[in-house]
Write a protein that binds this ligand. Sequence first.
Ligand SMILES: *Cc1c(COP(=O)(O)O)cnc(C)c1O
Length: 426
Amino acid sequence: MTVADAVHGFTETGHHWEAAQALRQADPLVADLLSAESERRADSLQLLAGENLTSPAVLAALGGPLIDKYAEGYPGHRHHTGCAPADTVELLAVDRARALFTAPHANVQPRSATSAMLAAYAALLRPGDVVLSMSLQHGGHLSAGSRANFSGRWFEFVGYGVREQDGLIDLDQVRALARTHRPKAIIAGGISHPRHLDWAGFREIADEVGAYLVASAAQTIGLVAAGAAPSPVPYADVTVAATHKLLRGPRGGLLLCTSDLADRIDRAVFPFTQGGAAMNEVAGKAVALLEAGTPEFATYIGRAVDGARSLAQSLAESGARPLTGGTDTHLVTADISAFGLSGAEAERRCAAVGLMLGKCALPFDPAPPSEASGVRLGTGASAAQGMGQAELAEVGALIGQVLEHGADARIRGRVQELARSFAGRR
Ligand SMILES: *Cc1c(COP(=O)(O)O)cnc(C)c1O
């Protein structure tokens, strides 16, 4: 492996080679740690739901000269001079986001999905307002009401959940809670629910009680880009997305909203919740949004969804219980309590053979969240590397074997073989 491979995980131009050499010379310790991370990644299968492999073109944009540019404000209205290329890049990213998602307005400046969520709240709510959201135990994100997060501290959250018998969202419950609590906003979407959401159903409830509808679509926006999931954009007042998950862009957030809310959303990002945007990330988002419109991207998303279905099926055959019986998306959430293990123990056992997945608290989980009774997996990174249904079905079977019999050298060897044969591909 070259130094450039070690640092960036892919063979790149002279620019990257020089950058890698500069790092090795200036700070061999960090250079070694990055090599170790590349090695770790090449030697294991990345199944954490929020992770992916950033596209090589996006990586190049991230390392480009806009990293040094201060450009507070918005194109044409900057607080800094010298913003001509930065302006054009941001306009390009915004136009591409609007076109890809048929959105009246886009803001590409949030540094993360959480900070995009903060801006959405800032645009729509006042502290103390009531918000109806998927409860955290049932798959809501921390930014949708956790007491450890600004959201739970500053707003009054009421949680809806899924039905115990089938794991699906019960819109009648959502409607009843909305009528009782009269929320100012309803949040739909989360981190672990594997099924498509009924956006029109949520919209109807929001309209009935005069609430804003916020789509928390960080996990699923890549599916929407490829037409593999129903789009929240025509229904939600604000759609909150991440660019680093299925979209394979830079770590960051993205906001889509109606024309009416455009100014409020923009002001809620800058200057209310952020200073200058990271213009290299904005450039990376522009590239990712271009790539997300290509046939290759649709093929990769197809692999992710088909692969997740195969993974869920083989986990079920191994004795795990996929929530809702399967998946419509790249996510699989499974109850593994039949193996007599906690989710935390399952995570440790799988990691020991290089299967990197995450423990997950389940709806109605009797175990404390630190232990949990489930695991959550995503197929974004494996699909980006070219894995398909056959490989993911095998991964499901390997997970089943580890949970049933414990880690052993044969399974570790097979995981390494699989990982190595797809490593280096992005
Ligand atoms: C990943 C995720 C987030 C947080 O994203 P960050 O960029 O890490 O802040 C928020 N909401 C949902 C639904 C997510 O899946």
